[in-house]
Write a protein that binds this ligand. Sequence first.
Ligand SMILES: *Cc1c(COP(=O)(O)O)cnc(C)c1O
Length: 418
Amino acid sequence: MNRPPDWYSRGLPHIWLPYNQMKTTAPPLAVARTDGTRIVLADGRELVDGVASWWTACHGYNHPHIVAAIQAQAARMPHVMLGGLVHEQVLNLARRLCALAPAPLTRVFFSDSGSVAVEVAMKMAVQYWLNRGIRGRTKFLCFRGGYHGDTFATMAVCDPEEGMHNLFTGILPEHYVIDLPSAGDDAFERFVEQHADELAGILVEPLVQGAGGMKFHGPDTLRRLRAAADKRDLLLIFDEIFTGFARTGTMFACEVAGVVPDIMTVGKALTGGTIPLAATIASQKVFDAFWSDDPAHALMHGPTYMGNALACAAANATLDLFESEDRLGAVRAIEDALRRGLEGCRGLSGVAHVRVRGAIGVVQLHAISNLGALKSRFADAGVWVRPFRDIVYLTPALTIGEADLAKLTSTIGAVLGQ
Ligand SMILES: *Cc1c(COP(=O)(O)O)cnc(C)c1O
C-alpha cells in the first residue's frame, strides 16, 4: 500500500476521534473524496458505502443539486445571525418542514446538531409546564435501547449503558428509563399512572432505536405511548433524527402509526450529509404555552449558527430531491433487496437475528469478539460497513444502485461466513 499522504501523518497526532480508545483503536482510513455511494481512499481504493456517513447522505455523496445550492448560497450570503434577522432559506425551510411533518406541528426551532435539537425539545417540554404555572413536571420517561445524543442532558435520556449513567452518576440529571411497552403487559401504563405528576414528557425514537442497537418496535407501541400521554396530559416527543426522511419507509416513522407527537426532532439526513443542521418542530399547543406578554415565558435558547443559510440552502435542496424523485419507492426496492440479500445470513453460525425495515438492514450476532478485526475485514473486502456492539448493519444512501447494494449484502454474508 502507498505511503499515507503528508497531511495524514502530520495531523493524526493532533486529532481526537469519536467513540474510541485512541491508544488501541485501528488507525482511521484516509479519505480523498466521495462520489454517490462510493468513498475513495487516499491510496486509491474505492469502498462501497453501507452507512451513508451515519445516515446523513440520503441522496448519495456530492449530489449536484445540493452542491449547486450550497455554492449559490455561499456566493450570496453564507450566514447571518438569526437574532433579529431572517432570510429566505430559513423561512422557506421552516415552512416546508411544517408542510411535510404531520399536522399540527407548526413551529420550527433550528440548531446545529441532533443532540442540541433534543435538548431544545426537553427544554421546551419542561418550560411548557412552568409557563402554565404547573411545577414539578421536570422528568422524562424514556426507554432502554434509546439513543438521543452525547451532551449531558441527552446522555441522561439514553439507555443507561449507552449514556454511561454509572460513570456519570451524580452529574447526570435523573430521568426514568424503562422498557418499551410490550404486548400483553401493562407495566408501562402503570408506570405512567404512578409518575405522571413528575413527568414533563415521554421521549422515544419511533419504530427504530438506532444507535442504541437498531432495535425495532411496532406502530402499536407508538399508539400506546400516545394514549398514555393523552390520558395524563403528558407531552410526547418523537426523536426522528435517525428515522426521519424516508429511512423506515415513510417520510417520518410516526406516519405509519397515525400518531402525531407534540414535539419532533430531525437532523442527520436533513442536509443530505453536507452541513450540520437539526430542528425541533413543535405543535401549536406547545408553542401557545410560550406565546405571552411575559418575557419570562420566552424560550431562552439561540445557537450562534442557528438557521445557518448554507445549511438551510442544503436542506431546501435535499427536500427538493425528496419532492422530485421517488425516494419512497427507492426505499421499498432497497427493503426488498436487503431482505433477499441478508436472508442467507440467518443460517450462519454466530448469527442471532436478521431484521430489515425500510432502508435499514441488521444482522445481529451473539457477540462480536474482535470488532476491530471485523471492521478491517469489511474494508479489505471493498465495503464501508461499521459494526458496533453485537450488530452489523446497513443504512445505505437511498440512491444506491442494485449492484452496489448486492455487493454490500454479499460481502456481509461472506465476511460473517468466514
Ligand atoms: C444521531 C442521533 C442524535 C444526535 O445527533 P447529533 O447530531 O450526533 O448530536 C440524536 N438522536 C438520534 C435518534 C440520533 O440518531
